[in-house]
Design a protein around this ligand. Structure first.
Ligand SMILES: Nc1ncnc2c1ncn2[C@@H]1O[C@H](COP(=O)(O)OP(=O)(O)OP(=O)(O)O)[C@@H](O)[C@H]1O
Ligand SMILES: O=C(O)C1=C[C@@H](O)[C@@H](O)[C@H](O)C1
Ligand SMILES: [Mg+2]
Length: 164
């Protein structure tokens, strides 16, 4: 069964997921990257050319398929908006990477373009977290705080919790 990572943009799903997969010697799948590979362009271009609704359809079907593997699977930040995804996650080991607004704002500022955060990054993150925190909470079987800790430290703790 897969180990699924959820959380806000900048919570570290991609970074922690890669490190956790290495620790547990599992494959790592980043759903955002997989969608980009299949469509053949970056997510920001899918948003620009086809619109968010189309991206959400691609995301829902990719997520439902990829969580059925034995990999560590990092979801897109908004995947939990889908009720079908939330239902499917009931049968999975789901880790919620919690992050404060301050840390998430600093982290996403350092990374690639995120179409949903364009403009006022902090303001958009506050809105996203208000809407999504109850959804992350509802699907999570494990919660871990990511502020002031490196992705490697977080991955080690998660791996330790899963070792017999
Ligand atoms: N615990 C951490 N401490 C410091 N920096 C971090 C931490 N986790 C992630 N980062 C940095 O923050 C940025 C965003 O991390 P990452 O891409 O892993 O987040 P994400 O949750 O996958 O975001 P998205 O939802 O946009 O895909 C990267 O530059 C990464 O190196
Ligand atoms: O928070 C979101 O809604 C998103 C997060 C990213 O992982 C991507 O899936 C996309 O940029 C949308
Ligand atoms: Mg990511």
């Amino acid at each position: 069964m897969s180990i699924v990572l959820v959380g806000a943009p900048g919570s570290g799903k991609s970074s922690v997921g890669r490190a956790l997969a290495a620790e547990l010697e599992r494959d790592f799948i980043d759903v955002d990257s997989r969608i980009e590979d299949v469509v053949g362009k970056p997510i920001r271009e899918i948003f620009a050319d086809e619109g968010e609704a189309h991206f959400r359809e691609l995301e829902e079907s990719a997520t439902l398929e990829l969580i059925q593997t034995d990999a560590v699977v990092s979801l897109g930040g908004g995947a939990v908006l889908s009720e079908k995804v939330r239902d499917a996650l009931q049968h999975h080991d789901v880790v919620w990477l919690k992050v404060s607004i301050g840390q998430a704002t600093r982290r996403v500022g350092m990374n690639t373009v995120r179409p949903l955060l364009l403009g006022n990054v902090r303001g958009r993150l506050i809105e996203l977290l208000r809407e999504r925190t109850p959804l992350y909470e509802a699907v999570a079987t494990t919660t871990i705080d990511t502020d002031e800790r490196s992705p490697r430290e977080i991955a080690s703790e998660l791996a330790d919790r899963r070792r017999p």
